[in-house]
Write a protein that binds this ligand. Structure first.
Ligand code: ADP
Length: 165
């Protein structure tokens, strides 16, 4: 059984993430989307919300599951018996960091990183940019699933109202 992990913070999940998960699910027997839950002040959504949105977004795949992980991704891979990490590569700017990370992870445990080139229509798409554009009133409805868009607008309203936690 070939298993792979698609890691990230998914704050929130975008259509670009779903594209990579879709393609990973066709390449591997089983895919675990691993949501990093390490503490960070810069996240808009809680770990529970991010996991819930991914579960909803991945409902249509029968070989994809979602899990939270804290600490090192390589430790998670060892615990799960997973030997492949799938990452999307958007542009050359992603490459330096991703190469370094892939080599570091390979040096820590027996894991191979598989890079999947982003579909051109998503090459500019990043969760951070989606949040920033939405925060200033831009229309990001075509960049995330509809239910994520709704939750994003609600969350940003809450944050503006002072309930930022
Ligand atoms: P991180 O928490 O690593 O900054 P994200 O949660 O934003 O990353 O994304 C997780 C992973 O999903 C990225 O490392 C990348 O492999 C992939 N990814 C993100 N955005 C896109 C996109 N637009 N197209 C393809 N893959 C993407």
């Amino acid at each position: 059984m070939r298993r792979a992990v698609c890691p990230g913070s998914f704050d929130p999940v975008t259509n670009g993430h779903i594209d990579i998960v879709t393609r990973a699910s066709a390449l591997f027997d089983e895919v675990v989307v691993a949501v990093g839950v390490n503490k960070s002040k810069s996240r808009l959504f809680s770990p529970e919300d991010r996991i819930e949105m991914l579960e909803e977004a991945c409902r249509g795949f029968d070989n994809v599951s979602v899990a939270g992980f804290s600490g090192l991704l390589t430790t998670f891979c060892e615990e799960q018996g997973i030997h492949a990490i799938v990452k999307g590569l958007r542009a050359v700017t992603d490459f330096d960091y991703e190469l370094q990370m892939a080599q570091m992870n390979a040096s820590l445990t027996d894991v191979e990183t598989v890079f999947v080139p982003t579909s051109p229509e998503y090459s500019f798409l990043a969760s951070s940019l989606v949040k920033e554009v939405a925060m200033f009133g831009g229309d990001v409805s075509g960049l995330v699933p509809a239910f994520v868009h709704e939750r994003l607008l609600v969350r940003l309203r809450e944050q503006r109202a002072g309930n930022g936690s």
